[in-house]
Ligand binder design. Structure first.
Ligand code: SAM
Length: 295
């Protein structure tokens, strides 16, 4: 059967699943895309050209991969499920710009991969594009950001609920500790909401495509980033408590008096809550703590 002659992704997906006797594996977050419009939306917003390396996480049956291969200089797919690897190898046997890695993305050395590809001289930029396995959305996003990879952008489909939290503005509504991490490393934008009917099988949650544009310079300068993120994580651990209590209970503040002093020093009320703080305020708070620790 010639895949190119099939005009419906739905039919194509069913055909491949039947041919290879595939049942979507729920525990691997397998929900296969069947909407042409959504695939167009992802590919267009990723803004891909012949000098780009695209890292695709979880290519599955290769529906998105096919479109990426037509535009990118090179596509490197990282897929955990061996069954998918066989399909991808058969399907894209004639493409010379594809590399398929049968690995867990969380254990993949992306830094080295990007470095090696850039060293060839053919690749100018590296971008991540993926319909992510939802059961590990947060660890994947944290890995992509915290490893400070040489990436230009990350365009991913994830659960809407998580997406909204990731791309919220610190200090505004619907934030969590991860909002600050994303904001520190990237400027984010919502691309589109995606209904459940765009996949087989249908996921239980609504999805959303977001794009994170990696910043060249961080929005705040802090002498100890690890301490700042430790403060933020501890501040959000007990959301209902005041910032003062959260940071005292988690031993960031040595005493309530010290905490009150720090908050006063940076112009915050004693009863302020974590979600009211901008990233800049957390940076200021970290600097005051660093000074105190030096004394
Ligand atoms: N890209 C395909 C599509 O859009 O139709 C499939 C997306 S599906 C939501 C997620 C894919 O991630 C599955 O193919 C699954 O096997 C794969 N996956 C799950 N855990 C993974 C991991 N730890 N590392 C790499 N791939 C993983």
């Amino acid at each position: 059967m010639n895949y190119k002659k099939m005009n419906s992704i739905f039919e194509e997906t069913n055909f491949i699943m039947k041919k290879y006797n595939i049942k979507a594996n729920k525990s691997l977050g397998q929900n296969f895309l069947i909407s042409e419009d959504v695939i167009d939306g992802i590919v267009d917003s990723a803004d891909i050209d012949g000098e780009d390396l695209i890292i695709e996480i979880g290519p599955g049956l290769g529906t998105l991969t096919k479109r990426l291969l037509e535009k990118a200089g090179k596509v490197i797919c990282v897929e955990l499920d061996e069954k998918m690897i066989k399909i991808l190898r058969d399907r894209f046997a004639f493409y010379n710009n594809l590399e398929i890695l049968n690995q867990d993305i969380l254990k993949t050395n992306l830094k080295q991969i990007i470095k090696d590809e850039k060293n060839t001289g053919k690749i100018k930029r590296a971008k991540v594009v993926a319909n992510l396995p939802y059961y590990i959305t947060t660890p994947i996003i944290m890995k992509l950001l915290e490893e400070e990879l040489d990436l230009e952008s990350i365009t991913v489909m994830i659960q809407k609920e998580v997406a909204d939290r990731l791309i919220a503005i610190p200090g505004e509504k619907n934030t969590g500790a991860i909002t600050y991490t994303v904001y520190y490393y990237a400027k984010s934008e919502k691309i589109m909401e995606v209904p459940n009917s765009s996949f087989i099988p249908e996921p239980e949650v609504t999805s959303e495509v977001i794009r994170l544009n990696i910043r060249k310079e961080p929005p705040v300068n802090v002498n100890d980033i690890n301490l700042m993120f430790k403060v933020i994580k501890n501040a959000f651990m007990q959301r209902r408590k005041t910032l003062l209590n959260s940071l005292f209970n988690t031993k960031i503040f040595k005493s309530k008096n010290q905490g009150m002093e720090v908050l006063k020093n940076i112009g915050l009320k004693e009863n302020v809550r974590a979600e009211e703080l901008s990233l800049e305020k957390f940076a200021e708070l970290t600097e005051v703590l660093l000074q105190l620790n030096e004394e």
